[in-house]
Design a protein around this ligand. Structure first.
Ligand code: ADP
Ligand code: MG
Length: 469
């Protein structure tokens, strides 16, 4: 799916692009002498007015890529909102606003406004009345303005979804959909994301028009997956998983077993060792399955134990390790299992436990890989002592969800407002029909629980519990 190399190369000067002389001079002044790879790949497309999904890692210059595009489409004498950038958090929105302002200095009188929660609506409404060309904000607050009629989008010609994967992580899908539906159909839509989970595909199918894909990283770069094999006896096998966790200390691990019984046994062993582990198996109902996946994806559970069948279709962006508790008889399944780690710009470990009886299967894997696998003695790990592995986050379950009209922004607002926590301490927020799950740093979990139980959400008392207990 990667787009064919567009007609600009990384390191090429901005002067190759159809930009005004004033803008080129401004870029030089900012010290932007050459395009970064994502800019070189996406600007020719976006400046030509074509929808785009761009994927590149943090710090690669994505902000200027979409900002130059939206600025080039601005009719400055016309005082109406012509471009909108949706961001996951207030901090990111502030950064984007700053970058747009620096780039907009090439022309006079371009007004950029930040619209985020956590500050009163009224001053924002007043600023909007004075007219703005570009608004940058979080989906929740933008939606509030749309509902109150303080923000009109009929002159909008560019919509940008920045850090789209993070917005989805934070449960903003529905809000983004509401906002996007209020934008004129005739528009340019640019979607930027560091990873490419399923939700992004869904978003782009709904709200982008024949987008070009620009991808600067191989998502399944096999070189980022480091494989190691350990020989074990049957009596060592389950205990060896704990040794691997203690040695590699991955935040999130998917542990594959060949049978459901093995999954159950492993779960018992890990829990007895104090590891926060959950299992995915066929007997879970939909709600239980959601709860398991939410806790694993939001980093409040270290290990997810699963069979190949149960793990089918799972899309987890950050996975530091895959452990093959049993060797699969099918080498293709092995390659599929280990391909789940080492995504995006992250390294991943693929660790396999093999008994003498499984050496034939290892041979088949070596054949499929076209090389020998690397062995390490288990004894090396047995000698180590570590603190028990703890997940960085804990999940709070709020009894109340979509049916109560709770939105991620409400929860984030409650925790960062009166409760006094910083946005950096809050992780993913998942809103389901009847419950809302919010991940918070382990160190503040009890405090957050107490404050949410004592306070109000959407003006109402809510019941909150820690999911670990
Ligand atoms: P991303 O959104 O991809 O994480 P940013 O847009 O925040 O990255 O850019 C990272 C940094 O690179 C910023 O400090 C920005 O000012 C700088 N930058 C962007 N484009 C260029 C360029 N062409 N030349 C030099 N610096 C750049
Ligand atoms: Mg960015």
């Amino acid at each position: 799916m990667p787009a064919p190399a567009p007609n600009a190369e990384a390191g090429a000067p901005f002067s190759q692009l159809p930009l005004s002389p004033a803008m080129l001079a401004n870029l030089t002044q900012l010290g932007y002498h050459q395009m970064t790879p994502i800019q070189a790949a996406s600007l020719p497309i976006a400046l030509a007015g074509q929808d785009l999904i761009a994927q590149a890692k943090t710090g690669s210059g994505k902000t200027a890529a979409f900002s130059l595009a939206l600025l080039s489409r601005l009719d400055v004498p016309r005082f109406a909102v012509q471009a909108m950038v949706l961001c996951p958090t207030r901090e990111l929105a502030d950064q984007v606003t700053q970058e747009i302002r620096r780039l907009a200095r090439a022309e006079e009188n371009i007004k950029v406004l930040t619209l985020c929660g956590g500050t009163p609506m009224r001053p924002q409404t007043a600023s909007l009345e004075h007219g703005a060309h570009i608004v940058v904000g979080t989906p929740g607050r933008i939606m509030d303005h749309l509902e109150r009629g303080s923000l009109a989008l009929d002159a909008l010609n560019t919509l940008v979804l920045d850090e789209a994967d993070r917005m989805l992580d934070m449960g903003f899908y529905d809000d983004i959909a509401v906002v996007a539906r209020q934008c004129p159909a005739e528009r340019l839509t640019l979607l930027f994301s560091a990873t490419y989970p399923d939700g992004i595909r869904k978003l782009s199918q709904q709200f982008l028009r024949n987008p070009k894909d620009v991808k600067l990283e191989e998502q399944h770069d096999a070189s980022k997956i480091r494989q190691r094999f350990y020989e074990v006896t049957e009596t060592q096998r389950l205990h060896a998983v704990g040794l691997l966790l203690n040695h590699y200390r991955p935040v999130s691990t998917l542990a594959f077993c060949n049978t459901k019984q093995q999954c159950r046994d492993l779960l018992d062993v890990l829990r007895a060792e104090g590891v926060h582990a959950l299992a995915l198996h066929g007997e879970l109902d939909q709600r239980e399955r959601d709860q398991v996946l939410i806790q694993f994806a939001n980093r409040s559970c270290s290990v997810l134990v699963a069979t190949d069948v149960a793990a089918r279709g799972l899309d987890i962006a950050q996975l530091e390790a895959v452990i093959n508790v049993d060797v699969t008889p099918d080498p293709e399944v092995h390659v599929h299992r280990i391909g789940r780690t080492g995504r995006a710009d992250q390294d991943g470990w693929a660790l396999t436990l093999a008994s003498m009886d499984e050496m034939g299967r290892v041979g088949a894997i070596e054949q499929a890989l076209g090389r020998d696998v690397e062995w390490e003695p288990l004894a090396q790990l047995q000698a180590e002592r570590h603190e028990p592995l703890l997940p960085p986050m804990e999940t709070l379950q709020i009894l109340g969800g979509r049916k109560e009209k709770i939105r991620p922004g409400d929860v984030l607002g409650a925790l960062t407002g009166d409760a006094g926590f910083s946005a950096a301490q809050i992780g993913k927020i998942n809103v389901t029909d009847f419950s809302t799950y919010v991940a918070v740093e382990r160190s503040i979990a009890r405090d957050a629980l107490r404050k949410l139980n004592a306070g109000k959400l959407k003006g109402k008392k809510v019941k909150v519990r820690l999911m670990d207990e």
